[in-house]
Design a protein around this ligand. Structure first.
Ligand SMILES: Cc1ncc(COP(=O)(O)O)c(C=O)c1O
Length: 363
């Protein structure tokens, strides 16, 4: 069976696969409600929150981003967007559809937006919200200034929205830190569960303010999900019951490992890639190592090769990689170290690259 070295979805533990095939049960029964409560408790632990909550949505990470936007931002609100690539762009588009008034800060490809510049902008202007992607999955860039920026924004009463799809549970992010209000992620990344479920962690304040935002589609209304959890896990729509079983198991595996160890595992796996691939002619897209993601590493392929060629060759050995996105499609490969990927896989993968024709001499 092939193994996914992609930026998500990820290969699953056998126990998680087994959980998927348990019989379907009624989502209105007490047994399923108890499972949902367990899932909520585990997610709160993993999100590092005692005072907030985590809304569980049936849909992918894009749904969670839209739900954050529609439940936190009113039409006409002024929003500062920090944009590092494809997913920053999509976040901005979601806000545009919400008719927010946007000011965008960008950096050159592979660089982080200067935090001092962002702080000055926050101090200078009146914004209602700030939106940023924690790990820009298209670049492998983890914006580790997000907490510092989020804290300053919150001090000014600005709502801080974070798309942490590939960052949450792979970076040390805590919802109760006083930096963020809404943090979204999805099941198929560092949680190592099947795709199809997403989450929005809400700070203590966000648990209140989502009730005051109007004109939002029902499926995107985080207040409805929060209410349903408070009212005994009586969910508003039919959930993907079997995905919830699998998620429950995946969260057990993560929490039994311990969050620190779990994050460290991702850091070590990408760390090995960052150390070894440049020796083979692959250039790390993010020049400054302080901003290199723990969970998704992006590399420019050596001259004379295309990402398709690398992906095809590695695929013959049973590993699946992700291509670059947008204009980087043919020149970049992205490698996720989530799910069941371990150090043996990383070593084997590096060995395959070494064996590829045409550039062995570059070592
Ligand atoms: C940062 C980020 N945001 C949003 C998404 C969209 O998630 P999904 O494909 O689950 O809708 C992704 C997916 O890779 C992502 O990496």
């Amino acid at each position: 069976m092939e193994k996914l070295f992609t930026a998500g979805p990820v290969s699953l533990d056998e126990e998680v696969m087994k959980a998927l095939s348990r019989p379907v049960m009624s989502h209105r029964g007490s047994e399923f409600r108890a499972i949902l409560k367990d899932v909520e408790d585990k997610l709160c632990e993993a999100y590092g929150t005692e005072y907030g909550m985590v809304d569980v949505l049936m849909g992918s990470g894009t749904l969670a981003v839209d739900a954050m936007v529609y439940s936190s931002v009113n039409r006409g609100d002024r929003v500062l967007v920090i944009n590092h690539g494809e997913f920053g762009q999509r976040f901005k588009q979601s806000l545009e559809r919400r008719c927010a008034v946007i000011n965008e800060l960008k950096a050159d490809e592979g660089n982080a937006v200067d935090a001092e510049h962002v702080l000055a902008e926050i101090d200078k202007e009146d914004y209602d919200a700030l939106a940023m992607v924690y790990t820009e999955t298209s670049m492998g860039l983890a914006y580790r200034d997000a907490e510092r920026i989020g804290r300053r924004a919150k001090e000014k009463g600005i709502r801080v929205l974070v798309d942490a799809a590939s960052a949450m549970f792979g970076e040390d992010i805590k919802l109760d830190g006083g930096y963020f209000d809404a943090v979204s992620t999805c099941s198929q990344k560092c949680a190592a569960a099947p795709p199809g479920i997403s989450f929005v962690g809400l700070s203590e304040e966000a648990c209140r303010f989502v009730y005051g935002v109007g004109e939002k589609p029902r499926y995107l209304d985080l207040a409805i999900y929060a209410d349903s959890m408070r009212k005994g896990y009586d969910v508003p729509q039919t959930p993907a019951v079997n995905l919830v079983y699998a998620l429950d198991k995946a969260l057990d595996i993560m929490l039994d490992t311990g969050m620190e160890k779990w994050i460290e595992k991702h850091r070590q796996l990408t760390g090995k890639l960052y150390a070894e691939l440049p020796k083979l002619g692959y250039r790390i897209l993010v020049a400054n190592e302080a901003y290199r993601s723990n969970s998704v590493a992006a590399f420019r392929v050596p001259e004379g090769l295309s990402s398709d060629q690398v992906i095809e060759r590695v695929g013959k050995e049973g590993y699946v990689l992700s291509q670059g996105m947008g204009s980087l499609k043919s020149s970049v490969v992205r490698i996720g170290t989530m799910g069941t990927i371990n150090m043996d896989d990383v070593d084997r993968f590096i060995g395959i690259l070494k064996d590829m024709n045409g550039w062995q001499g570059k070592e």
